[in-house]
Design a protein around this ligand. Sequence first.
Ligand code: HEM
Length: 455
Amino acid sequence: MPQSPDHISHSDHFDHSDHSDPAHRIGPTDSTDSTDSTDSTDSTEPTTPTTPTTPTEPTAPAEPRYFPEPRGACPFAPAPAYERAREEEPVSRVPLRDGSRPWMVTRHADVRTVLTDRRFGADARRAGFPFPFAARAFVLQGEPPFVRMDGEEHAAQRRMVTRHFTARRTEELRPRIQEITDRVLDELVAAGPDADLVRDFALPVPSLVICHLLGVPYAQHAFFQERSRALVDHTATPEQTAEGWRELVEYLERLAQDKLREPDDSIVSDLVNKEWLEPAKAAAMARVLLVGGHETSANMAALAVLALLRHPDQLALLQERPELLPGAVGELLRYVTVVGDPGLPRVAVEDATVGGQPIRAGEGVLCMLPVANRDPEVFPAGATLDVTADARGHLAFGAGPHQCLGRPLAQLELEIMIGSLFRRLPGLRLAVPFEDLRYRERALIHGPLELPVRW
Ligand code: HEM
């Protein structure tokens, strides 16, 4: 998806995609290329890139190749080169386009350590903080979102919205999320007998849920949804994306002004009336929540549905025993891990040792959630999907002070979305060959661009 500098500057967690050429990518060493591998467990790909040439054709100079490597042919598994790194060199340096070489951390225990240990920080303004995609200058325009702050500055901003995301508050939302899901499914079925499940289901449900939480009046849902959909439209130009963001932030600021006049129990109302934020600051905070909670849940829902369609035995089990669904959501989150292909970025603020490797203060670290979530030390059958497995301890939501604020909400959305979809359309199937599906490349959040289905 094309991204504007503006987009990146405000949403680095969430600094979704690369501006650079997707052809340039690399694994932990400069000599691996696994773009043509076939499966997460496949380790047969060549160790040197091979470019077919003829004796008469001059060979183009080798392009430099940068981290991160894309996933291989299996869209649920991390790049095979990084799975190998977990076994062979679990803390290794990777080259970024800006010339830096942060540490890539791949084992479950080591990733947990980095995310929970105060000797590693998430403040993007610190020297050495790694930027796998965006140029540092873009990300550091203005104040970073609180996911890229540390200590009391981070905690104070997180506290402003925490009460809207507790497990209890989330459970109270169950009937509303069910109602939204049913309505979206009604429209999808009415327009059938086929659909793009990303556009017609996975994106609108989380977007409408956030609308509700932020306090967007029902009459303005269509405007809001149209704008938030434009932000994840992979065919949009960077200018269109930037324009979409501008309109949305202006809208959120007007919404904050309305809530000053007419308070309610929404997040935006609380930010201006209880936290005393200026409308512009409240709009910026609302934007962080929108970015954090929209694309993540949408891509996760789409990839989870695809994973179940590819594992009909697991889907059948869930259809027979719906009580397995809450646990299955955890296993699906682990198995496909949509956030973190380029690693969650951190910087060492003190010298530390991770997995036996000394890391000096000021060195960048990238925590590879998808790789850690298949670590056989913790998940013995890590490369298989088993909806009855105990996936507790998975790192799909990160860990430590920045662990996903929306975790209970995301889990509930997924439970309701997946359950309702397969109850309503038990014969759902892909409308195109699995091999023809295309995925987001070099994006912080992984997922299919489209998911054509019929029923
Ligand atoms: C399946 C869906 C989701 C996944 C996989 C996911 C994943 C993550 C991850 C990995 C982080 C940690 C980032 C870091 O440490 O650098 C995070 C943070 C965050 N997420 Fe989510 N997320 C999801 C849904 C949501 C939802 C629904 C919301 C709510 C609106 C949300 C809001 C946030 C916020 C605000 C943070 C920053 C927390 C902080 O820094 O204190 N996320 N998410």
